[in-house]
Design a binder for this molecule. Structure first.
Ligand SMILES: *Cc1c(COP(=O)(O)O)cnc(C)c1O
Length: 391
């Protein structure tokens, strides 16, 4: 069977398919169907923070699959109980947890929790933000290309410029249920939040009886150099959305919930697969490995190393390099897609973000030698001839 042709024939059509079929991974390395090696700087969009096929995560999934895979959350379970206790120790002040299966579901849950808690409907998000693609999360998401085909969206949502305190002060009223912000905007172009903005956002929300939701679906679990990016800002949000790398690649999302959040009575929300023992066992092992291997610290150190090397590339194409930890954006003066294709030709898998940014989200276990390979490939691609749009 030709993998690429078969997918092209049967795909829904909603994905722009790349011309490489991957069949195996280990750490930051991926292999295609012919055994050709690639260096993964995408981590499946920030999922494989511990790399591919981590032996401890794989063993824990296998063991739990032989024990108990599924159990609705109305019945308590050993792995779920352990994970609830463990996860909340990582987020002091957020002492309860709701489990679901993806990032967009964690945002949906947080929006519902904010509305039921405050009895208000207003949700304020930021321009350039990405919060997911189901109808509620999509209503918070900024990109017109994602939104417009599906209007009318959920009422009550509005957008303000990111990192602008004054605009937020004007927008938040006594009708506002919540403000939702990424700690570092990922899909929108890798824009870190100013700590002062995040601190002000929390104050403004609380002054009006609104809640602050931080979406760390992409930035959570060590990515930015701390376990959670909000911990760089010296604040605690009311609701924290996580997913992507939580269970090492097994689908799982969660909302961490502060005590300001009220009215979460039985029946208010739920999920068939949420908190299933298989995902919980995987997540528990992920969190253990993150501690044993000091993964957030590794991301901080490797991120600083990579940032320094990237800043040393002299290319007239580069406008700015920015990011936190191992979440780095290289903003070009032109469209980034042709350069991401050129990197693929050099067997480096990178992502775009916005139109002009090359985004690097490598597994946090990537080696320094591999980081040097990435820098060398980027330097070649960005110092070579200028590439056209290709579209
Ligand atoms: C990826 C992402 C989502 C959506 O997660 P899915 O698992 O794809 O639904 C939401 N918010 C942010 C910040 C993301 O990066």
């Amino acid at each position: 069977m030709n993998i690429i042709d078969t997918e092209a024939q049967f795909t829904s059509g909603v994905y722009a398919k790349q011309p490489i079929a991957f069949v195996r991974g280990l750490g930051a390395t991926l292999w295609d169907a012919d055994g050709v090696e690639y260096l993964d700087c995408s981590s499946g969009h920030g999922v494989a923070n511990l790399g591919h096929a981590h032996p401890k995560v794989a063993a824990s999934i296998f063991a739990q699959a032989n024990q108990l895979i599924t159990l609705f959350e109305s019945f308590p379970n050993d792995k779920r109980a352990e994970l609830m206790a463990k996860l909340t120790t990582l987020t002091p002040g957020l002492e309860r947890v709701f489990f679901c299966n993806s990032g967009t579901e964690s945002v949906e849950a947080a929006i519902k929790f904010a509305r039921v808690s405050t009895g208000r409907s207003g949700i304020i998000a930021a321009m350039r933000c990405f919060h997911g693609r189901t109808m509620g999360a999509l209503s918070a998401t900024w990109n017109k290309r994602y939104r417009e085909p599906f209007e009318p969206l959920v009422p009550g949502f509005s957008h303000v410029p990111y990192n602008n305190i004054e605009a937020l002060e004007k927008a938040v009223t006594d009708e506002t249920a919540a403000v939702i912000l990424e700690a570092l905007q990922g899909e929108g172009g890798v824009y870190p939040a100013d700590p002062a903005y995040m601190q002000a956002a929390l104050e403004i929300c609380h002054k009006h009886g609104a809640l602050l939701i931080i979406d760390e679906v992409q930035t959570g679990f060590g990515r930015t150099g701390k376990m959670f990016a909000y911990q760089h800002f010296g604040i605690t949000p009311d609701l924290l959305c996580v997913a992507k790398s939580l269970a090492g690649g097994i689908p799982m999302g969660a909302v961490l919930i502060g005590e300001s959040v009220k009215n979460l009575a039985p029946g208010t929300h739920g999920s068939t697969f949420g908190g299933n023992p298989l995902s919980c066992a995987a997540a528990l092992t992920v969190l253990e490995v993150m501690e044993e291997e000091n993964i957030p610290q590794q991301a901080a150190e490797k991120g600083a190393y990579l940032m320094e090397k990237l800043n040393a590339i002299s290319s007239p194409l580069i406008r700015e390099v920015r990011g936190m930890g191992l979440m780095i954006g290289i903003e070009l003066k032109q469209k980034s897609t042709p350069y991401i294709k050129a990197l693929q030709d050099k067997h480096i898998i990178a992502l775009n973000a916005g139109l002009t940014v090359i985004r690097l989200l490598p597994p946090l276990v990537i080696t320094y030698e591999q980081l040097d390979e990435v820098v060398a490939a980027l330097a070649e691609v960005l110092q070579g001839e200028q590439l056209g749009d290709g579209d």
